[in-house]
Write a protein that binds this ligand. Structure first.
Ligand code: GTP
Ligand code: MG
Length: 318
């Protein structure tokens, strides 16, 4: 173990220069990038035999401590998880203290339910110091719908007495135009995360482009398979880099469903087969929004009510 800990970069793995060069050419430039890679994909992208790829990925994972762990190590990891406030105490309580690092949190709900507003607010709040509910970190915002508004960030930053320009400088934005592009941006994001103090990765929305490109029942299996790989990649990033990953998913109200929940994610919940926390958002009277956690036995049952104001996400004044 002592020896493993000395491994800090890809160069420390003791690979041949030509192999290092091949990896770098194929975009695998950091230990983390290799550690989170899928073995067979790495083999085919780099053009090396699968056993070699397996050996490299294993070494990288071992160096980063992605191996068997004791229960005590798990406990310590759990205690080191960071949390980001949403701006609403009620919503934070529902989430067990805010949005967590090392986890994917999915916000799903119909149009206008507040998904994008929450993503903006978290991108600002992650920059707050821990005593104010942040992680003194930066955010990456992957925008698939073109709904990111710097004006909104500016207003939210002002409301928190933060320097708006500084806050905007710390949010790294990319617009994805296809599902393949979205996946490629996440790959590139790993380089940025390795260099900058990124503590939040937003994908708003995670599903939109996939849904548009693979419409209908006949494409459901292909779409889901591709999406699941994407989500597992996001989950690995959350874990390896200790960042909070937040994704959104627009779902339509389904009046045709007579039993169960009338607002179900068409084609299944995004995170149905990936680890994470799912939060349903609903619009309510007087501009209120209601959040509810779905399928998380470790979190409190119930709902949280919050509002979207000019200043951002807030509790309702009582
Ligand atoms: P889709 O992406 O269309 O699925 O919706 P969404 O869930 O992302 O909703 P979004 O977060 O964009 O919420 C839009 C709603 O937020 C609007 O209908 C407004 O009610 C509210 N909102 C947005 N900007 C402001 C603002 O500057 N001030 C106030 N008071 N409310 C705002
Ligand atoms: Mg939105």
């Amino acid at each position: 173990m002592g020896e493993e800990r000395k491994i800090k970069t890809l160069e420390d793995l003791g690979l041949s220069p030509s192999l290092l060069h091949k990896l770098s050419e194929a975009g695998f430039k950091t230990l983390e990038a290799v550690a989170v890679a899928n073995v067979s994909e790495l083999a085919s992208i780099v053009g090396i035999p699968t056993p070699t790829a397996h050996r490299i990925v294993s070494k990288a994972r071992e160096a980063l401590g992605l191996r068997f762990k004791t229960a005590l190590e798990l406990k310590k990891e759990r205690e080191s998880i960071g949390r980001i406030t949403t701006g609403s105490k009620k919503l934070d309580e529902l989430l067990g203290g805010g949005i967590e690092t090392r986890t994917i949190t999915e916000f799903f709900g119909e149009f206008g339910s507040g998904k994008t507003n929450i993503c903006h607010q978290l991108s600002v709040n992650v920059q707050l110091p821990p005593e104010r509910g942040g992680l003194s970190g930066k955010a990456i915002y992957i925008d698939t719908e073109g709904t990111f508004r710097w004006e909104r960030i500016e207003a939210m930053a002002r409301a928190l007495d933060l320097d708006p320009d500084e806050v905007m400088r710390n949010i790294i934005w990319a617009r994805a135009i296809s599902s393949d592009h979205q996946i490629a941006i996440v790959e590139e994001a790993m380089d940025v995360i390795a260099k900058e103090n990124i503590k939040l990765l937003v994908v708003d929305s995670v599903m939109g482009l996939f849904r548009a490109e693979y419409p209908g029942r006949e494409n459901l299996a292909t779409r889901q398979q591709k999406l699941n790989r994407h989500l597992h990649q996001l989950a690995r990033i959350a874990d390896v880099y200790d960042v909070a990953v937040v994704v959104t998913n627009q779902v339509m109200a389904r009046p045709d469903v007579f039993y169960g929940d009338p607002t179900t994610a068409v084609g299944g919940h995004v995170l149905a087969h990936a680890p994470g926390i799912r939060v349903q958002l609903r619009k309510s009277r007087g501009g209120k929004r209601i959040a509810r956690i779905v399928d998380a036995p470790h979190l409190p049952e119930g709902e949280a009510v919050f509002i979207i104001t000019d200043e951002g996400i807030r509790d309702i004044e009582d």
